[in-house]
Design a binder for this molecule. Structure first.
Ligand SMILES: [Zn+2]
Length: 353
């Protein structure tokens, strides 16, 4: 599987003998050259990883916090940005160059062949696949709401509402993105298991610049009939998991790379949740309570190795929410809110420098 967001710069063969000797800030790439390290950059998270046969240094370019050999924390001076990439201070350059030159027990550097070598700036970064998951279905109705509206008894089933919203969102996304893959985990009243839903997402073929998003749609229920409103869930920031396959990267960098990719997915999940919450608030106006963004390792968001959000679009057990939810026009409005949120996330993601 390619790693589209990592730039692998193989700099060892290029020599910049004067780098760092002038007192001016020095490009991080020049440090990599000077110590014979390979450099991976992740522009979305603003982190970099330098590796030699003996040493590994990961750097958060925003805070200047660096982790040496996965254990020792160093505070560097703020990085400056330049046309040659992030620059570090002369003092930090000297300090890190010395640190890299110290002998440390290490494992031989495995050539990072499975990592995709792509240009430093990736104008082709693209969300190529969107997986829409209508929660529940078939033998699993999800939550149920029984209400009396105008003397009529109404029973709402979560599985019907999620499917209606997802089918509508699918139409809107297909019209806007005819050349992207809009995938549904179900398009009728069937029940794919949770594992099957996630497996379907992982089975999608991605090119070196492609990304995939996962959105699971649900409706809430509560014993308290007053509970009402929308929630957007994503995996907790401190929930550890493996998001890359050990076979895809050198063993020596696996823990650091896995952490970087996982943090990136979590950050993107939160960004996606924010975009969805904002667009739905705009679409629905004051008619719905916004209960906000929340963290929980629900199966589908925990297992999806990609940015993933679970949206709870109202309480089926609340009479006001349920009254709106029985109206097909309102379900279309919810779908439109999801569509706008997804679109705005995609636009921001693809416009990143
Ligand atoms: Zn549900």
């Amino acid at each position: 599987m390619p790693w589209p967001r990592f730039y692998c710069l193989l700099l060892c063969a290029i020599a910049f003998p004067l780098a760092g000797e002038s007192g001016r800030p020095v490009a991080l790439a020049d440090l990599a050259t000077a110590v014979g390290a390979q450099l991976w950059m992740d522009p979305w998270r603003g982190v970099a990883l330098l590796q030699t046969p003996n040493r590994t240094l990961s750097v958060d370019l925003q805070t200047g916090v660096a982790l040496a050999d996965g254990e020792q924390e160093l505070q560097l001076q703020p990085f400056k940005s330049s046309s040659t990439g992030p620059q570090l201070s002369q003092e930090d350059y000297t300090r890190l160059k010395d640190w890299f030159s110290l002998t440390a027990p290490g494992k031989p550097l495995v050539p990072p062949a499975p990592l995709e070598v792509i240009p430093r700036s990736d104008p082709h970064r693209r969300v190529q696949v969107i997986v829409l998951d209508a929660g529940h279905g078939g033998s699993d109705p999800g939550s149920l709401g029984r209400h009396e509206f105008g003397g009529q008894s109404v029973v709402l089933r979560e599985k019907d509402l999620t499917l209606a919203v997802v089918l509508e969102a699918e139409q809107l996304l297909r019209a806007k993105y005819p050349d992207r893959n809009i995938i549904l985990t179900r398009n009728s009243d069937t029940y794919p298991t949770l594992e099957e839903r996630v497996k379907l997402a992982h089975a999608q073929n991605l090119g070196p610049h492609d990304s995939i998003l996962f959105l699971s749609v649900h409706f809430n229920a509560s014993l308290n009939p007053k509970a009402s409103g929308l929630e957007f869930w994503y995996v907790p920031h401190d929930y550890d998991r493996e998001v890359i396959a050990t076979k895809d990267v050198p063993e020596s960098v696996f823990p650091v790379l896995n952490l970087m990719v996982d943090q990136e997915f979590k950050k993107e999940s939160m960004e996606l949740a924010k975009n969805l919450a904002t667009s739905l608030a705009q679409e629905l106006g004051d008619s719905q309570i916004q209960r906000g963004l929340k963290e929980n390792p629900w199966f589908v968001v925990r297992m999806a190795r990609m940015p993933a959000v679970l949206a709870e679009l109202g309480f089926i057990t609340n009479p006001d929410d349920a009254y709106r939810l029985q109206n097909p026009a309102y379900l279309k409005q919810l779908a439109r809110g999801l569509y706008i949120g997804l679109s705005s996330f995609i636009q921001k993601y693809e416009d990143l420098p």
